[in-house]
Design a protein around this ligand. Structure first.
Ligand SMILES: *[C@@H]1O[C@H](CO)[C@@H](O)[C@H](O)[C@H]1NC(C)=O
Ligand SMILES: *[C@@H]1O[C@H](CO)[C@@H](O)[C@H](O)[C@H]1NC(C)=O
Length: 373
């Protein structure tokens, strides 16, 4: 197995230093989404005292090299703190802080999708939108081969790997379990974990959360995943079709409800929302991966429990539909629905904004003309 040199460094020696007292000073790690809309970056500074809330964390900046920002300019960018978590690596009172990125003129960058999502959530606040997202990912060695797979060849393809246990079925449980603990410690609203359909593929769930918080918590959970993987010398990929051929892809299934859907008689509101979604399929597909649908075109093939990227569909308990109404919701007559289209590498802010615009703000037209790739 090709592991990174990071994992060979002595964690015992590290612990010796980590136990040193640090006085009143607090380490705060600022985390932001880069110009690809997928990558995360971070850097750490010392504050004189513990921030009690996000308002105590000062703005910071970084030099945005043109390599990573599409307008080609090299200039300072502002880091605006938006959500505060405890640091599970250097331990509380040290903090992790998720930031929005603004340009030197204080306009959001084009990959700062939180800014407009936040405005839409404020407009839709009266409907109390809740989101729950299921993040699928695959573990890789640094040679980009799936972690634990035989060097030359493939694991048993028909093994039932989803929610499995046992040495011949489960790869990398240490990583998923450490990530789960790290999320709980940090204060991320993680709901659970399980193995997924492909060996070395895992899923964690975040939510349910109301409004913008869901996106903040999912991004922090992704940061923690990449950081935990460093300790183990492996890589987590969110690519929506990491292995070509007869293997499952990776999605970010999104549960959604409004207060009206959750209350008695809610099924009618769910059906109305699905009707609205059916008229805006191509808009949603464009919002559901960072490449305007091109990534999802590898995944949404109509097989491996996915719908076709070209057609909208919905059904009770149908995992091959764009929208699934869970069986229990059909029985109870209220609850939520699951949008199965978002790709694993989606920006949750874009997904949440699109669903809310269509289902709550009743935006229908104009749908900008654009082909599904
Ligand atoms: C979303 O709903 C499904 C059932 O349809 C459930 O299994 C899953 O845990 C939910 N996920 C979140 C994050 O709420
Ligand atoms: C589920 O939805 C897909 C896509 O619309 C459809 O082809 C399939 O027949 C449906 N399955 C069931 C059991 O209704």
């Amino acid at each position: 197995i090709a592991m990174s040199a990071n994992s060979d460094l002595s964690k015992t020696v590290r612990d010796k230093y980590m136990r040193l007292p640090q006085g009143d000073k607090v380490q705060v790690t600022y985390i932001w989404i880069d110009g690809t809309g997928e990558g995360l970056h971070c850097k750490t500074r010392t504050l004189e005292s513990e921030p009690k809330g996000i308002e105590d964390v000062p703005e910071w900046n970084f030099f945005g090299s043109s390599v990573f920002w599409s307008d080609g300019s090299n200039s300072d960018m502002y880091l605006v703190p938006v959500c505060l978590f405890k640091d599970p690596f250097t331990l509380d009172r040290n903090k992790l802080v998720l930031c929005e990125v603004l340009r030197h003129n204080r306009e959001p960058t084009e990959t700062n999708l939180r800014s407009s999502c936040h405005q839409v959530m404020e407009q839709a606040g009266h409907s109390h939108p809740w989101f729950g997202m299921e993040q699928e990912y695959l573990l890789l060695g640094i040679d980009k081969h799936p972690f634990g797979w035989p060097k030359n060849g493939y694991p048993e393809p028909k093994g039932s790997y989803s929610c499995s246990v046992g040495t011949n079925k489960v790869y990398g449980r240490d990583i998923a379990e450490c990530h789960y603990k790290a999320c709980l410690y940090a204060g991320v609203k993680i709901a659970g974990i399980n193995t997924e359909a492909m060996p070395s593929q895992w899923e964690f769930q975040v939510g349910p959360g109301e409004g913008i918080a869901m996106g903040d918590h999912l991004w922090m959970a992704r940061f923690l995943l990449h950081r935990v993987c460093e300790d183990f010398g492996v890589v987590a990929t969110l690519d929506p079709k990491p292995m070509t051929g007869n293997w499952y892809g990776a999605g970010c299934h999104t549960n959604f409800s409004t207060e009206a859907m959750r209350n008695q008689g809610g099924l009618q509101h769910i059906e109305e929302a699905i009707e609205k979604l059916s008229k805006r399929h191509s808009y949603h597909i464009r919002m559901y991966d960072p490449k305007g649908g091109a990534d999802n075109s590898r995944r949404l093939t109509g097989s491996h429990e996915t719908s076709s990227i070209h057609e909208f569909s919905a059904g009770i308990n149908n995992r091959s539909a764009s929208i699934r109404i869970p069986h229990q919701v059909g029985q109870d007559g209220c609850g939520y629905f699951e949008d199965r289209r978002p790709a694993a590498n989606c920006d949750p802010y874009a997904v949440m904004e699109a669903i809310t615009r269509t289902c709550v703000l009743n935006e229908a037209e104009p749908v900008p003309a654009g082909e599904v790739p």
